[in-house]
Design a binder for this molecule. Structure first.
Ligand code: GLN
Length: 193
């Protein structure tokens, strides 16, 4: 199994470390040919408008859109979640738009720049996952095909739609690999198809 990590900007090295901890090889993706032979892709946190512009500039947006549409698994965290959303409140920034959801950027308010929280994520079992939120978005609403996997207070912060997974927080900044493992399960399912 080989997982790509979009490496245009943001927290990509940390995702590679998590994948290594899961015993999985990874590759940094900056050019279209680096998408070849991948079994899945992680889009890290960073700045979603910058990352969207770079995706266009580096001719990666369309190829990833095509791959996603034909079953290629993608996991987006924080800015990556924003790029996976079909709708971004008040913004027409470039995006992949794979998931039927509306997101709001910097949604926890400017005073609360970042915070950590023990999140209960039923699909991962009873032990909470330490979630690091940094200028985080949240999911305002989802369509019928999207499964809500976790909320923080009343806000949706983790969701899955088929082979797409999106987290509003940074699971790569802890040592808990369970969310990466969940994504890798999606990848294994996609490989069997
Ligand atoms: N606020 C950033 C954005 O809107 C996301 C922050 C992050 O990825 N940590 O793109």
């Amino acid at each position: 199994m080989l997982i790509g990590v979009l490496a245009l900007q943001g927290a990509f090295v940390e995702h590679q470390k998590m994948l290594a901890a899961c015993g999985v090889d990874s590759r940094q993706v900056r050019k279209p040919h680096e998408l070849e032979g991948l079994d899945g892709l992680i889009i890290p946190g960073g700045e979603s408008t910058t990352m969207g512009k770079l995706l266009l500039e580096y001719d990666l947006l369309e190829p990833i859109k095509k791959m996603g549409a034909s079953g290629f698994p993608v996991f987006g965290t924080c800015a990556g979640l924003i790029l996976l959303a079909r709708e971004i409140k008040g913004s027409d920034q470039p995006r992949l738009g794979f998931m039927d959801m509306l997101v709001e950027r910097n949604a926890f308010g400017r005073q609360v720049d970042s915070f950590e929280e023990d999140l209960v994520i039923p699909v991962l079992g009873e032990r909470p996952l330490r979630a690091v939120f940094i200028r985080a978005p949240y999911i305002v609403s989802v369509g019928p095909e999207v499964d809500v996997l976790a909320r923080y207070e009343d806000k949706i912060v983790l969701a899955r739609q088929g082979h797409f997974l999106a987290a509003a927080f940074h699971p790569e900044l802890t040592r808990d690999t369970r969310l990466h493992q969940l994504f890798l399960e999606n990848v294994k399912i996609a490989q069997k198809r």
